[in-house]
Design a protein around this ligand. Structure first.
Ligand code: NDP
Length: 245
């Protein structure tokens, strides 16, 4: 897998967890990176150093994905200066889990605004520039096993992540003739700050492969979907879940 010199991919939420692993893997596979995080900090500086250590270029953008106008201004300014990206990985996301009767308005709103509005806020300013680039492109969104099957205690998150699947598939149809692919990656149980550790017994019971996934497991799938080898794969949901579903 390799990319041309001008292929740049924006990764949201690149400072930690899956986003950091995805950014590093994309750099290893030959892409330059635009690393997004909410605010400047040492975490994103470390990711930037890791990307640059591979010989690829990295620059940073900062915004809260829920702040629509600020996202639009930042991305429009970045592409006005540097040109539009080859790809976008919409990774930033949160959970706010609770049994449905105990779910608060804040739990519902924050999860929808970050995960589902975040899809719109990041991708809408980039859609026309991607099309006007008149070259192939890649969009990868992060859904979840929750969005495919629905999870107890995650009515809000399951709704948002199922919404991302629908939105990604519809966008894939709109962009297909432009050679811009849109696919979802739906991780299962991956060891990051977002997830609690499972006991050995729970791992055996819940996951046919009997281990939690690693951020690198997810990053490999995302990078494949961004590669030239995946040019004819679009409108798909790729589950990375050790056989959970
Ligand atoms: P983490 O909690 O480790 O990281 C989440 C990332 O999203 C952080 O970079 C965080 O920034 C960023 N983020 C959250 N809210 C905002 C916001 N409002 N504006 C800007 N950035 C924001 O999560 P994971 O790495 O585990 O998850 C990454 C993606 O994968 C998410 O979409 C998640 O739903 C999905 N996923 C994860 C699974 C797992 O098992 N880990 C399973 C299925 C899906 P900050 O550091 O500033 O908080």
């Amino acid at each position: 897998m390799s990319a041309s010199d001008t292929d740049t991919i924006l990764v949201t939420g690149a400072n930690r967890g899956l986003g950091a692993a995805i950014a590093k893997r994309l750099a290893q596979d030959g892409f330059d990176l635009v690393l997004h995080c909410r605010r400047p900090g040492s975490d994103i500086d470390a990711v930037r150093e890791a990307v640059e250590a591979t010989g690829r270029r990295a620059r940073l953008v900062h915004f809260d994905v829920t702040e629509r106008e600020r996202v639009r201004e930042t991305l429009e300014a970045d592409i006005a200066e540097h040109g539009c990206y080859f790809g976008v990985v919409c990774n930033a996301g949160i959970t706010a889990d609770n049994a449905f009767p105990a779910l608060t308005d804040h739990d519902w709103d924050s999860v929808m605004r970050t995960n589902l509005d975040g899809f719109y806020n990041v991708l809408h300013p980039l859609a026309m520039p991607l099309v006007r680039r008149r070259r192939p492109g890649r969009i990868v969104t992060l859904s979840s096993l929750s969005g495919m099957i629905g999870n107890r205690g995650q009515v809000n998150y399951s709704a948002a992540k199922a919404g991302i699947i629908g939105a990604s598939k519809a966008l894939a149809v709109e962009l297909a003739k432009r050679r811009i692919t849109v696919n979802c990656v739906a991780p299962g149980w991956i060891d990051t700050d977002m997830t609690e550790s499972l006991s050995a017994e729970e791992l055996r019971r819940l996951i046919p492969m009997q281990r939690a996934g690693t951020p690198d497991d997810v990053a490999a799938a995302v990078s494949f979907l961004c590669s030239k080898d995946a040019a004819y794969i679009t409108r798909q949901v790729i589950a990375v879940n050790g056989g959970m579903f």
